[in-house]
Design a protein around this ligand. Structure first.
Ligand code: BES
Ligand code: MN
Ligand code: MN
Length: 462
């Protein structure tokens, strides 16, 4: 490891400059206008893997954005780690709220990152974290210290639901065969309290359309006598939570896995300051399901949230109008045992049943994904634990995260392989928000930790 430390120190600047180059390509997977840039990013990732010493590098075309594959098989008898990550990013909107342009990375110091952080869309989610793996791999190869086989699968559609990754895995079972999947696309509690993610929530995502009259109407001439679809939609959405912030959709909680009191007690031992949480978000009070703590509400409990709502007049000044249509995008985060398709059905049935006769409703499901839990009694968890302990000087604690990476459940189903979620971001890194950033400390700590993972994993698998 001494040789690696020296190598990292000598190449630190270059690692960073390369990441900045990657961050300058706007790989927004959701917007067709960026299709060429997404492709360019995939090619950049492939070239970077090749330069690092990977073999069989391929930019695999799909019906959507390409998947980058590469590997380095040093000995078929040794264990194989498959690194998964994504090079696509969320749209930068709302762009006005960025302090510097989303695709022109700059380094600035913050309270959480006194050593500085890289500000750019994708800095943390997930270009910065995926790139750590390429650099760690490069360093291990350059120093002849790769202890096992490595495969890379870096996709370009994670932020839009990984539609083509499932079929790709089905078609490439042989090529993707491995002992474990290693992913850095999650967070740690803080830079002095490392953690390993052991659970992800699932997701059901739905768009609804509420129609009133056959055309927009004068809100004075008709207002009060004809249903306003925006008012109706607001009522319907409001009625989907009761006074205890319980979701009112019948059978919604039927399959929710009940977490034991012992496990809940353990979970709540994780360091968490409600005061810091509130002051970080500039809120006077928190909100959520009665009977659960903030840590529980964001990990072991399902949610229903409106992500966007629109209709009527939103231009300059005031226009008096009774709109014909109202829309909303609604997501439900799911926990183990809940089935995304079943939840979509329950939502649809309920939404249709509570619509008054004065309007018509249409429900359009989007992508979804299954929740995942990863065990802690495996060689990969133990290896990640030891690796983080070695580099942070502190044992990491297992934490269930509120976010979703739908493909993790699929990996287990299709490839029959478990995943270890060894991420290095912070929840405060503003992923998906304006001013997303990734700490330099976290970037370098990740690069330093990954080789330890390979080392310990290979030893534990012997
Ligand atoms: N990396 C995130 C998921 C994440 C973030 C997990 C932080 C744990 C902690 C991932 O890129 C993501 O944003 N996933 C989406 C789901 C996807 C289907 C769009 C999400 O969670 O909203
Ligand atoms: Mn991600
Ligand atoms: Mn994301």
């Amino acid at each position: 490891m001494q040789a690696l430390t020296t190598y990292h120190t000598q190449n630190k600047e270059r690692y960073l400059n390369e990441l900045l180059e990657l961050l300058r390509i706007p790989s927004v997977s959701a917007d067709p206008a960026f299709k060429e840039d997404v492709k360019k990013t995939g090619e950049w990732v492939a070239a970077s893997l090749k330069k690092a010493g990977a073999e069989n590098v391929e930019v695999c075309e799909t019906a959507g954005h390409p998947i980058v594959y590469a590997d380095k098989i040093i000995d078929p008898k040794l264990p194989t780690v498959l690194v998964y990550g994504h090079y696509d990013v969320q749209p930068p909107d709302p762009i006005d709220l960025w302090d510097s342009p989303a695709f022109e990375p700059v380094i600035k110091k913050t309270t959480n990152h006194p050593e500085g952080a890289i500000y750019a869309r994708g800095a943390c989610d997930d270009k910065g974290q995926a790139f750590m793996h390429i650099k760690a791999f490069e360093a291990m190869l350059a120093n002849d210290s790769l202890p096992c086989n490595v495969k890379f699968m870096i996709e370009g559609e994670e932020e839009v639901g990984s539609m083509n990754l499932g079929p790709f895995c089905e078609e490439n079972k042989e090529r993707l065969a491995c002992d474990v999947i290693l992913v850095s696309d999650t967070s740690i509690i803080s830079n002095d309290c490392p953690s390993i993610t052991v659970g992800l929530r699932g997701l059901s995502y739905i768009e609804v359309e509420v129609t009133g009259a056959n055309r927009d109407l004068h809100s004075g001439v008709y207002g009060g006598a004809v249903a306003n679809p925006i008012n109706v939609l607001c009522d319907m959405i409001a009625s989907m939570h009761d006074e205890n912030k319980h979701i009112t959709i019948p059978e919604f909680y039927d399959d929710v896995e009940v977490v034991s009191t012992a496990e809940r007690t353990e979970m709540n031992k994780a360091p968490f300051s409600l005061d810091n949480y509130k002051s970080d978000l500039a809120i006077n009070d928190i909100h959520g399901e009665k009977g659960y703590t903030t840590l529980e509400r964001t990990s072991i409990r399902p949610t229903l949230d409106v992500n966007g709502i629109w209709g009527g007049y939103i231009g300059e000044g005031a226009k008096t109008v009774l709109p014909s249509k109202a829309y909303a995008k609604i997501s439900m985060r799911l926990v183990p045992n809940q089935d995304p398709d079943k939840i979509v059905d329950l939502f649809t049935k309920y939404f249709e049943s509570i619509a008054p006769d004065s309007v018509q409703v249409a429900v359009h499901p989007h992508h979804g994904g299954e929740p995942a839990v990863t065990p802690t009694d495996t060689p990969e968890y133990k290896a990640a634990h030891k690796a983080m302990e070695a580099t942070f000087g502190k044992a990491p604690i297992p934490v269930r995260s509120g976010g979703s990476i739908p493909i993790i459940a699929l990996f287990e189903k299709v490839l029959g392989v478990k995943t270890v979620l060894m991420g290095f971001g912070l929840d405060s890194d503003a992923i998906h928000s304006p001013n997303e950033h990734y700490g330099l400390f976290n970037f370098y700590k990740g690069i330093e930790t990954i080789p330890y993972f390979y080392q310990y994993y290979s030893e534990l698998k012997k």
